[in-house]
Ligand binder design. Structure first.
Ligand code: CU
Length: 425
């Protein structure tokens, strides 16, 4: 399934995806390394942010930068290289200037300029036509009928796994990169990709970037090859004899930036707990499955209220903002992605499809219209899932329960996102 997801009113692409993979721990944390946070889950409510915090850092040659990712269900990479540099240098200022606007308010020539650059970037689920970033293997497999129509496209292994291309083009065959030993980053590499930062803990998933002693001072942009140039940052290498911000000062800046992006979510969360939110001038009330805010490049991943009480065969309706599923009796181990013994990263197609008798998802012809689905009834036993649903507007999903009981449910692409239904007879 390929989704164009306009998150929180921004013209970006967020492959609504999640990864549950375990990789061996990286090198031990460098003592005085600068830390960049990748994504962020707030401690008062679960969130995800398709951003780096901070998105501008200064380092010295020979430094190590710790990229530390919170586990929100989303996969991210840290990707540098001369092959991606130009596109990032074009798009970063465009995003800074226009990124907060809804797509239809961005001047068409700007949008075109953005797309042209974006389409030269290797991005996991690109919507650009043809190479380089589209996995050609996906199209071929579909054409040959070897993949079910709704299956997740194959994962491009040169994005999912570490990849170093010293010179020349980035592979587009979907296979693993011949060289996965990154070594220190010297700034001359064509493609220098961390691969998916693997799951270790909720808070401490680390990619250590070693900056080479021999790197030429200057500006090195980077981005996430899962989410495209909207998730970007810049590392400035400063000569060793010039001062830069200390790791503590960087952390303080990070904290400030996080507080800033969380604040609008705090407000919409409080509204939802009160039973009503206002989005784009429209009021919505009821049960919420995920929340967004127009100002924020991110998602608030909570079911609100956390517990819903209902009666047998009474309809329960959720309003869903952002991509989510409503899933009962979830198998204990149900990763979105898995790492195979040979290191290849594979997707679990079952995550995205309806299960247990839930209706097939028909995407609306006009993606700006809400997606309204009657999920029927669940009898309280066996894995049941709405499938992962998304609409640019919102999804309205209704389900009934034919058996009294207390049921836990979850969103399959956002691991911390869980709720309870109490059904009385
Ligand atoms: Cu979710």
């Amino acid at each position: 399934m390929r989704q164009r997801i306009r998150s929180a009113g921004r013209w970006t692409w967020i492959g609504g995806l999640m990864i549950a993979l375990v990789v061996a721990g990286c090198a031990s944390p460098a003592g005085d390394a600068i830390t960049v946070r990748v994504d962020y889950s707030h401690d008062e409510f679960n969130t995800q942010f398709i951003q780096y915090f901070p998105d501008q850092i200064q380092v010295h040659p020979g430094d190590t930068v710790r990229f530390v990712q919170d586990w929100t269900g989303e996969a991210h990479t840290v990707t540098f290289g001369t092959a991606v540099r130009e596109a990032l240098e074009t798009n970063r200022p465009l995003i800074e200037q226009y990124g907060h606007l809804p797509e239809d308010q961005v001047p068409p020539e700007i949008f075109e300029q953005f797309l042209e650059a974006e389409c030269t970037l290797p991005v996991l689920f690109s919507e650009c036509e043809g190479p380089p970033s589209e996995s050609e293997a996906a199209g071929e497999a579909e054409a040959a009928g070897t993949e079910p129509e709704e299956a997740f496209p194959p994962i491009d292994q040169s994005i999912a796994q570490p990849c170093l291309i010293e010179e020349g083009a980035i592979p587009t065959d979907g296979g693993p990169c011949p060289n996965q030993e990154l070594g220190a980053f010297d700034g001359t590499e064509a493609f220098y990709n961390s691969g998916f930062i693997g799951f270790e803990t909720d808070r401490e998933n680390v990619f250590n970037l070693e900056v080479s002693e021999s790197i030429v001072p200057g500006v090195y942009p980077f981005f996430c090859a899962v989410h495209g140039s909207f998730q970007n940052g810049v590392m400035e290498v400063v000569p060793a004899d010039q001062p830069i911000a200390s790791p503590n000062e960087v952390n303080e800046q990070t904290r400030e930036e996080l507080n800033e992006v969380v604040e609008p979510f705090r407000q919409v969360f409080a509204q939802a707990q009160g039973g009503e939110i206002v989005m784009g001038g429209e009021a919505f009330s009821g049960n919420f499955s995920g929340l967004v805010d127009e100002q924020v490049q991110g998602l608030l991943n909570e079911f609100v209220p956390e517990t819903i009480t209902t009666e047998v065969n009474e309809p329960v309706t959720w309003l869903m903002f952002g991509p989510h599923s409503i899933s009962f009796d979830v198998p204990e181990y149900f990763p979105i992605y898995d790492v195979q013994e040979d290191g290849s990263v594979t997707a679990n197609d079952e995550i995205f499809a309806p299960a247990g008798g839930a209706p097939e998802i028909e995407e609306p012809e006009d993606p700006t219209q809400p997606l309204v689905i009657d999920g029927g009834s669940w009898d309280g036993s066996g894995f049941w899932s709405s499938g992962v649903l998304f609409s640019d507007a919102y999804v309205q999903y209704t389900l009934r329960f034919s058996t009294p009981g207390t049921y836990r449910y979850a969103c399959l692409i956002h691991p911390p996102m869980v709720g309870t239904i109490e059904v009385s007879g």
